[in-house]
Design a binder for this molecule. Structure first.
Ligand SMILES: CC(C)(COP(=O)(O)OP(=O)(O)OC[C@H]1O[C@@H](n2cnc3c(N)ncnc32)[C@H](O)[C@@H]1OP(=O)(O)O)[C@@H](O)C(=O)NCCC(=O)NCCS
Length: 195
């Protein structure tokens, strides 16, 4: 059995690449774009932790939390940058529970980049990183059941639908039922080899 995940052993948070995207640590200069893009109602509508309206200065504060969270091994958050335009196209993260070798995947994609496969491409890269480099055993993800696009992303990633959590959260004064998906390292490995 591998030892528990310790992202501190990685020292610096790496930059990951895919055919169309770069996943890199956020920098202070991204704050304006985060507020502009994540500040859109469509992004906040189907996420639990993105405020709306996005408070001015909130993104700078959020970005400042990334370094310490990476260093303590609790979170790996990446900016998704479009290789063609060098523009911010979204954000993606693994919220890590090292003692259980599991993490929860979360993401948002800028509205003008939806339905190009970016969430799937970025997530696949981060899942590979989570299993190959961080030594995770399980990666899970949740979506509001009404957020069918996110459910489709999870299916395209080869994650298994585990069930639903009824009225699990309140968003804008309404209960939301969540769908739970996961993939385990032994399920991911043969799929990775076949890619
Ligand atoms: C969910 C989200 C990340 C998807 O990003 P994306 O880059 O557009 O996703 P992809 O292009 O990789 O895949 C989207 C899939 O959903 C499908 N889809 C889009 N809208 C859909 C809908 N209303 N119903 C069913 N499927 C839908 C697309 O056709 C595509 O599937 P396909 O490749 O089989 O055609 C993006 O919509 C988003 O950021 N939403 C707001 C924030 C959010 O909900 N984050 C996730 C929280 S769990």
């Amino acid at each position: 059995m591998r030892p528990p995940v310790d992202v501190r052993a990685q020292s610096e948070q790496p930059t990951l690449t895919t055919e169309r995207l770069t996943l890199r640590p956020f920098i202070a200069d991204d704050a304006f774009d985060v507020e502009r893009l994540a500040g859109m109602r469509e992004i906040a509508d189907t996420t639990l932790n993105i405020p709306h309206p996005y408070p001015h200065g909130g993104a700078a504060e959020w970005i400042l939390t990334h370094g310490p969270a990476w260093n303590e091994g609790s979170n790996a958050t990446f900016a998704i940058v479009d290789n063609a335009t060098h523009r911010l196209a979204g954000a993606i993260s693994l919220m890590i529970k090292p003692e259980h070798r599991r993490a929860e995947l979360g993401y948002w994609i800028a509205l003008n980049c939806w339905n190009r496969g970016y969430a799937t491409e970025a997530s696949q890269r981060l899942i590979d990183f989570g299993f190959e480099v961080l030594g995770l055993h399980r990666i899970e993800a949740r979506h509001f059941v009404r957020n069918r696009a996110s459910g489709r992303v999870m299916q395209k990633l080869g994650m298994q639908h585990e069930g639903i959590e009824r009225d699990w959260a309140i968003k804008w004064d309404r209960f939301e039922t969540l769908a739970v998906y996961s993939i385990l390292e032994p399920e991911w490995r043969p799929a990775r080899a076949g890619r």
